[in-house]
Design a protein around this ligand. Structure first.
Ligand code: SF4
Length: 259
Protein backbone atom coordinates (compact mmCIF):
# COMPACT_ATOMS: atom_id res chain seq x y z
CA UNK A 1 0.00 0.00 0.00
CA UNK A 2 1.24 3.51 -0.57
CA UNK A 3 0.09 6.96 0.32
CA UNK A 4 -0.13 9.40 -2.60
CA UNK A 5 0.86 12.90 -1.63
CA UNK A 6 -0.36 15.72 -3.84
CA UNK A 7 1.13 19.13 -3.11
CA UNK A 8 -0.14 22.20 -4.99
CA UNK A 9 -1.77 19.93 -7.56
CA UNK A 10 1.35 17.86 -8.24
CA UNK A 11 1.86 14.26 -7.20
CA UNK A 12 5.09 14.02 -5.18
CA UNK A 13 7.65 11.54 -6.37
CA UNK A 14 7.86 9.83 -2.99
CA UNK A 15 5.92 7.23 -1.11
CA UNK A 16 6.09 5.72 2.33
CA UNK A 17 5.55 2.07 3.01
CA UNK A 18 2.52 1.22 5.10
CA UNK A 19 0.90 -2.09 5.94
CA UNK A 20 -2.70 -1.46 4.99
CA UNK A 21 -5.09 -2.71 2.39
CA UNK A 22 -6.13 0.53 0.76
CA UNK A 23 -4.15 3.40 -0.74
CA UNK A 24 -5.25 6.93 -0.02
CA UNK A 25 -4.31 10.42 -1.07
CA UNK A 26 -3.24 13.33 1.01
CA UNK A 27 -3.86 16.69 -0.69
CA UNK A 28 -1.76 19.58 0.59
CA UNK A 29 -1.38 23.30 -0.11
CA UNK A 30 2.16 24.14 1.01
CA UNK A 31 3.64 27.64 0.62
CA UNK A 32 5.19 28.74 -2.69
CA UNK A 33 8.87 29.53 -3.22
CA UNK A 34 11.86 28.24 -1.30
CA UNK A 35 11.02 27.27 2.27
CA UNK A 36 12.65 25.77 5.34
CA UNK A 37 11.46 22.56 6.97
CA UNK A 38 9.69 24.68 9.62
CA UNK A 39 7.49 26.18 6.89
CA UNK A 40 6.20 22.77 5.76
CA UNK A 41 5.71 21.26 9.23
CA UNK A 42 1.92 21.80 9.10
CA UNK A 43 1.86 19.73 5.87
CA UNK A 44 4.03 17.04 7.47
CA UNK A 45 1.63 16.97 10.44
CA UNK A 46 -1.24 16.45 8.00
CA UNK A 47 0.57 13.54 6.34
CA UNK A 48 1.39 12.03 9.72
CA UNK A 49 -2.26 12.24 10.82
CA UNK A 50 -3.07 9.97 7.88
CA UNK A 51 -0.18 7.61 8.64
CA UNK A 52 -1.19 7.33 12.30
CA UNK A 53 -4.79 6.73 11.26
CA UNK A 54 -3.63 3.68 9.31
CA UNK A 55 -1.47 2.50 12.23
CA UNK A 56 -4.26 2.87 14.80
CA UNK A 57 -6.75 1.09 12.54
CA UNK A 58 -4.30 -1.74 12.02
CA UNK A 59 -3.81 -2.04 15.78
CA UNK A 60 -7.56 -2.22 16.31
CA UNK A 61 -7.85 -4.98 13.70
CA UNK A 62 -5.20 -6.87 15.65
CA UNK A 63 -7.30 -6.67 18.82
CA UNK A 64 -5.42 -3.73 20.34
CA UNK A 65 -7.58 -0.61 19.95
CA UNK A 66 -6.32 2.77 21.09
CA UNK A 67 -7.66 3.41 24.59
CA UNK A 68 -6.70 7.08 24.87
CA UNK A 69 -9.79 9.16 25.55
CA UNK A 70 -10.78 12.81 25.40
CA UNK A 71 -9.87 14.63 28.59
CA UNK A 72 -7.13 12.19 29.61
CA UNK A 73 -4.05 14.36 30.12
CA UNK A 74 -1.65 11.95 31.82
CA UNK A 75 0.77 12.04 28.89
CA UNK A 76 0.81 15.86 29.12
CA UNK A 77 2.65 15.43 32.45
CA UNK A 78 5.53 13.50 30.90
CA UNK A 79 8.57 15.36 29.62
CA UNK A 80 7.71 16.50 26.11
CA UNK A 81 10.61 17.04 23.76
CA UNK A 82 10.51 18.58 20.32
CA UNK A 83 12.78 18.94 17.33
CA UNK A 84 14.44 22.29 16.68
CA UNK A 85 11.95 22.84 13.82
CA UNK A 86 8.96 22.27 16.09
CA UNK A 87 10.40 24.62 18.74
CA UNK A 88 10.65 27.37 16.12
CA UNK A 89 7.14 26.73 14.79
CA UNK A 90 5.59 26.71 18.28
CA UNK A 91 7.26 30.01 19.23
CA UNK A 92 5.98 31.49 15.97
CA UNK A 93 2.43 30.19 16.53
CA UNK A 94 2.28 31.56 20.07
CA UNK A 95 3.36 34.95 18.69
CA UNK A 96 0.23 34.96 16.49
CA UNK A 97 -2.18 34.50 19.42
CA UNK A 98 -4.00 37.37 21.12
CA UNK A 99 -2.07 39.18 23.86
CA UNK A 100 -4.13 37.64 26.65
CA UNK A 101 -3.52 34.07 25.44
CA UNK A 102 0.18 34.77 24.89
CA UNK A 103 0.40 36.10 28.43
CA UNK A 104 -1.31 33.01 29.83
CA UNK A 105 1.06 30.71 27.98
CA UNK A 106 4.21 32.69 28.81
CA UNK A 107 3.24 32.70 32.52
CA UNK A 108 2.83 28.91 32.44
CA UNK A 109 6.27 28.55 30.81
CA UNK A 110 7.86 30.90 33.37
CA UNK A 111 6.34 28.85 36.18
CA UNK A 112 7.65 25.58 34.68
CA UNK A 113 11.15 26.99 34.32
CA UNK A 114 11.13 28.24 37.91
CA UNK A 115 10.09 24.78 39.15
CA UNK A 116 12.82 23.13 37.05
CA UNK A 117 15.42 25.60 38.27
CA UNK A 118 14.40 25.16 41.91
CA UNK A 119 14.61 21.38 41.53
CA UNK A 120 18.11 21.69 40.05
CA UNK A 121 16.88 20.02 36.89
CA UNK A 122 16.97 22.76 34.29
CA UNK A 123 20.60 22.37 33.19
CA UNK A 124 20.50 18.57 33.42
CA UNK A 125 17.47 18.43 31.14
CA UNK A 126 19.09 20.62 28.50
CA UNK A 127 22.42 18.81 28.71
CA UNK A 128 20.98 15.27 28.53
CA UNK A 129 18.60 15.99 25.66
CA UNK A 130 20.50 18.50 23.53
CA UNK A 131 24.12 17.39 24.00
CA UNK A 132 24.00 13.75 25.11
CA UNK A 133 20.81 12.27 23.69
CA UNK A 134 22.52 8.94 22.91
CA UNK A 135 23.27 8.44 26.62
CA UNK A 136 20.04 6.60 27.46
CA UNK A 137 20.82 6.36 31.17
CA UNK A 138 21.25 10.11 31.48
CA UNK A 139 18.16 10.84 29.39
CA UNK A 140 15.90 8.43 31.31
CA UNK A 141 17.19 9.69 34.65
CA UNK A 142 16.29 13.28 33.66
CA UNK A 143 12.85 12.12 32.48
CA UNK A 144 12.19 10.33 35.77
CA UNK A 145 13.18 13.40 37.77
CA UNK A 146 10.91 15.54 35.60
CA UNK A 147 7.98 13.14 36.08
CA UNK A 148 8.49 13.19 39.86
CA UNK A 149 7.85 16.95 39.86
CA UNK A 150 4.29 16.39 38.58
CA UNK A 151 4.61 19.32 36.17
CA UNK A 152 1.93 19.73 33.52
CA UNK A 153 3.00 20.75 30.03
CA UNK A 154 2.93 24.57 29.95
CA UNK A 155 0.63 24.38 26.92
CA UNK A 156 -1.97 22.51 28.97
CA UNK A 157 -4.36 25.23 30.04
CA UNK A 158 -7.71 24.35 31.70
CA UNK A 159 -7.05 20.69 30.82
CA UNK A 160 -6.89 21.45 27.08
CA UNK A 161 -3.97 21.85 24.72
CA UNK A 162 -3.63 25.54 23.81
CA UNK A 163 -1.88 24.79 20.51
CA UNK A 164 -3.67 21.54 19.61
CA UNK A 165 -3.47 21.84 15.75
CA UNK A 166 0.30 22.38 16.10
CA UNK A 167 1.00 19.91 18.88
CA UNK A 168 4.37 18.19 18.43
CA UNK A 169 4.96 14.79 16.85
CA UNK A 170 5.62 13.21 20.24
CA UNK A 171 2.08 14.11 21.39
CA UNK A 172 0.51 12.84 18.17
CA UNK A 173 2.27 9.49 18.27
CA UNK A 174 1.44 8.72 21.89
CA UNK A 175 -1.33 6.11 21.80
CA UNK A 176 -1.81 3.20 24.19
CA UNK A 177 -3.76 -0.03 24.15
CA UNK A 178 -3.14 -0.62 27.86
CA UNK A 179 -5.32 0.72 30.68
CA UNK A 180 -5.07 4.56 30.46
CA UNK A 181 -4.68 4.65 34.25
CA UNK A 182 -1.22 3.18 33.80
CA UNK A 183 -0.12 6.35 31.99
CA UNK A 184 -0.47 8.19 35.31
CA UNK A 185 1.97 5.74 36.90
CA UNK A 186 4.84 5.55 34.47
CA UNK A 187 8.21 4.19 35.65
CA UNK A 188 6.37 1.72 37.93
CA UNK A 189 7.07 -1.91 37.03
CA UNK A 190 3.55 -3.14 37.86
CA UNK A 191 1.91 -0.54 35.59
CA UNK A 192 3.31 -1.36 32.20
CA UNK A 193 2.23 0.81 29.32
CA UNK A 194 1.58 -0.81 25.97
CA UNK A 195 2.14 1.68 23.19
CA UNK A 196 0.49 1.32 19.78
CA UNK A 197 3.02 -0.02 17.31
CA UNK A 198 3.72 2.66 14.70
CA UNK A 199 5.01 2.20 11.18
CA UNK A 200 6.99 5.47 11.33
CA UNK A 201 8.50 7.60 14.08
CA UNK A 202 8.27 11.09 12.56
CA UNK A 203 9.23 12.69 15.90
CA UNK A 204 12.67 11.08 15.95
CA UNK A 205 13.04 11.63 12.21
CA UNK A 206 12.45 15.39 12.64
CA UNK A 207 14.89 15.57 15.58
CA UNK A 208 17.64 14.11 13.40
CA UNK A 209 17.03 16.07 10.19
CA UNK A 210 18.21 19.56 9.33
CA UNK A 211 16.16 20.13 6.20
CA UNK A 212 18.78 18.57 3.96
CA UNK A 213 20.29 15.49 5.54
CA UNK A 214 20.47 13.31 8.64
CA UNK A 215 22.14 14.93 11.67
CA UNK A 216 22.86 13.96 15.28
CA UNK A 217 19.58 13.85 17.25
CA UNK A 218 18.78 16.98 19.24
CA UNK A 219 15.67 16.96 21.42
CA UNK A 220 14.60 20.27 22.94
CA UNK A 221 12.73 19.95 26.27
CA UNK A 222 9.46 21.75 25.56
CA UNK A 223 9.51 24.05 28.63
CA UNK A 224 12.72 25.64 27.29
CA UNK A 225 11.56 26.55 23.77
CA UNK A 226 11.25 30.29 24.40
CA UNK A 227 14.64 30.40 26.08
CA UNK A 228 16.47 28.74 23.20
CA UNK A 229 14.37 30.37 20.49
CA UNK A 230 16.70 33.35 19.94
CA UNK A 231 19.72 31.08 19.53
CA UNK A 232 17.91 28.63 17.21
CA UNK A 233 16.67 31.49 15.07
CA UNK A 234 20.22 32.65 14.31
CA UNK A 235 21.23 29.48 12.46
CA UNK A 236 20.87 29.41 8.72
CA UNK A 237 18.58 26.55 7.68
CA UNK A 238 18.51 24.73 4.33
CA UNK A 239 15.81 25.81 1.90
CA UNK A 240 14.12 24.18 -1.06
CA UNK A 241 10.70 24.22 -2.69
CA UNK A 242 8.00 22.81 -0.43
CA UNK A 243 7.61 19.75 -2.66
CA UNK A 244 11.33 18.96 -2.47
CA UNK A 245 11.48 19.61 1.28
CA UNK A 246 8.48 17.36 2.02
CA UNK A 247 9.84 14.58 -0.19
CA UNK A 248 13.30 14.89 1.40
CA UNK A 249 11.90 14.45 4.90
CA UNK A 250 9.63 11.56 3.96
CA UNK A 251 12.56 9.68 2.40
CA UNK A 252 14.59 10.32 5.57
CA UNK A 253 11.76 9.10 7.82
CA UNK A 254 10.99 6.08 5.64
CA UNK A 255 14.64 5.04 5.39
CA UNK A 256 15.72 5.51 9.00
CA UNK A 257 12.61 5.63 11.19
CA UNK A 258 10.21 2.99 9.90
CA UNK A 259 9.70 -0.43 11.37
S1 SF4 B 1 1.68 20.16 23.58
FE1 SF4 B 1 -0.51 19.87 23.99
S2 SF4 B 1 -0.90 17.66 23.66
FE2 SF4 B 1 1.34 17.94 23.86
S3 SF4 B 1 1.78 17.58 26.05
FE3 SF4 B 1 1.47 19.81 25.78
S4 SF4 B 1 -0.71 20.15 26.22
FE4 SF4 B 1 -0.44 17.93 25.88
Amino acid sequence: MKIDIVANGRLLDVSIGLEATQSFSCVLSPPDGDVTFVDVLPEIYEIYTNVLGVNFEESEQNGKPVRCGKGCVSCCHQLITVSVHEALLLAHIVGLLCQEEQQRIRSAFDESLTRLENAGLFRDLLHSHVNAFDDRELVVDAQKRYWALGLACPFLLDDACAIYPYRPFICRQYGVSSDPEHCGKIFQKDHLIERIRLSHDFGSAAASFDGLEAIKTRAIPLPTIFLVHGMLHCFERPKATAEVMIARFLRHADKHFSR
